[in-house]
Design a protein. Structure first.
Length: 182
């Protein structure tokens, strides 16, 4: 929990009372290798902070081919922006088309979408903190993706190994081979 609170604190100040409220609204989830944090075509119900393990964000092509979009490892958020910003009852198209799967045994700190709303209404500056965290996550994703766009599979794989050697050792080769970065 302390890692998550420290992660949030880099984006804004949280008093000890607010830290306690965040801890109260957060639950620990254990996922085994192969379990899903988010299923395809399901409404987004939660966000997570990866304490331990690696996830892959994937989708199926029109031909049924499974493609890995990107990976999320420790000290990073698991967030689907579309589904959280537009709840399914108000925008049915907000149901996500990708899924998030644990590729190692994982521990995640989870906050439900409903509890995110409670935190937003209770903690001054919470929305600014979450927006800065989202901006950092998107920026980090873009720094990973942009250099590899337009590269052929071999070059992309070599670049990935060079840029993320520790992650590469934890990810099955089949998932690296299906990596699109698009």
């Amino acid at each position: 929990m302390e890692d998550f609170l420290a992660y949030l604190a880099q984006f804004g100040e949280l008093t000890s009372v607010h830290r306690g409220l965040v801890a109260q609204k957060t639950t620990r989830l254990h996922l085994r290798k192969g379990d899903y944090f988010q299923r395809s075509r399901a409404a987004v119900q939660r966000v997570g902070f990866v304490v331990e393990g690696v996830f892959r964000v994937c989708y199926l092509t029109a031909t049924g081919e499974e493609v890995t979009h990107y990976f999320v490892e420790e000290q990073n958020m698991l967030i689907c922006l579309t589904g959280l910003e537009h709840p399914p009852q108000s925008a049915p198209d907000s149901i996500v088309a990708h899924y998030v799967q644990a590729i190692t045994d994982c521990q995640v700190l989870v906050i439900t979408a409903a509890d995110l709303q409670v935190l937003s209404q209770t903690i001054p500056g919470w929305d600014a903190i979450t927006h800065k965290a989202i901006e950092q996550a998107l920026s980090q994703k873009m720094r990973r993706i942009i250099p590899m766009l337009g590269q052929n599979g071999t070059t992309r794989y070599t670049s990935f190994l060079r840029s993320f050697p520790c992650l590469a050792n934890r990810v099955p080769l089949a998932y690296l081979a299906s990596l699109t970065w698009a």
